[in-house]
Design a protein around this ligand. Structure first.
Ligand SMILES: CC(C)(COP(=O)(O)OP(=O)(O)OC[C@H]1O[C@@H](n2cnc3c(N)ncnc32)[C@H](O)[C@@H]1OP(=O)(O)O)[C@@H](O)C(=O)NCCC(=O)NCCS
Length: 194
């Protein structure tokens, strides 16, 4: 069977973030940066989310993405704004994104995984790749606004190799913040001071 022809990639599209990843639980996902033509699939993916998942992501009922949101979510510059999609058997199962905070080296991250694929280690895998993509563009810190009762999202951050700090910001929202810059090992730090 002939391979499907690849569509032309937008300027700045980071092909090196196209990966096949196996999560610790054995789920195999194909990850790639989002493309403008993903808009119809993203709309369908969002519409199929449970009201609970949508609430956890948007903090309000939001059954459908507006055309403007679809445009914004699928048109990224791959530097200050990046979204990664995960697919299983060509089905869109998760989206992770970062948006750089204006004039800073910090970016806001957000994740959403299709309900049947939650708890398979997909968000942790996407967090790693997002951090890799962000670091290339001088982003050194990730932040996220998460509902206090979103144990799954908070669990992803706290079980990651990063060291998140949390502060309550009112309204049941927790601000999570962590450096994505690899820490120098103590022995390296000592060697350099000798
Ligand atoms: C929150 C969300 C993105 C997590 O994605 P996920 O791919 O399901 O993440 P995980 O597979 O790691 O599942 C989270 C679970 O793993 C746990 N976990 C993650 N890494 C772990 C580790 N190394 N060791 C132990 N537990 C771990 C979490 O605490 C959580 O608990 P569980 O044991 O009940 O499964 C997903 O549930 C989702 O899309 N929710 C709706 C949208 C949303 O809340 N978005 C966040 C807005 S910022």
């Amino acid at each position: 069977m002939l391979a499907q022809p690849r569509t032309r990639r937008p300027l700045g599209y980071p092909e090196s973030l196209e990966r096949v990843v196996q999560t610790p639980g054995g789920t195999v996902i194909s990850v790639r940066p989002i493309l403008p033509e993903d808009a119809p699939r993203l709309a369908a993916f969002h519409s199929a989310l449970s009201p609970h998942s949508i609430y956890m992501r948007f903090f309000s009922p939001h059954p459908r993405l507006s055309p403007r949101e679809l445009e914004r979510f699928t048109h990224v510059d791959y530097a200050d704004r990046l979204a990664l999609i995960a697919e299983i058997d060509r089905e869109l199962v998760a989206v992770a994104r970062y948006d750089r905070r204006a004039e800073s080296s910090e970016a806001e991250v957000a994740f959403v995984v299709a309900d049947p694929w939650q708890h398979h280690g997909i968000a942790p895998a996407l967090l790693e790749l997002l951090a890799e993509g962000a670091a290339r563009h001088g982003i050194d810190t990730f932040g996220a606004s998460t509902l206090l009762d979103n144990r799954d999202m908070l669990g992803v951050f706290s079980h990651s190799r990063f060291h998140p700090s949390t502060t309550m910001s009112g309204g049941g929202v927790v601000e999570v913040r962590f450096s994505i810059v690899p820490e120098r090992r103590t022995s390296e730090a000592v060697e350099r001071t000798c």
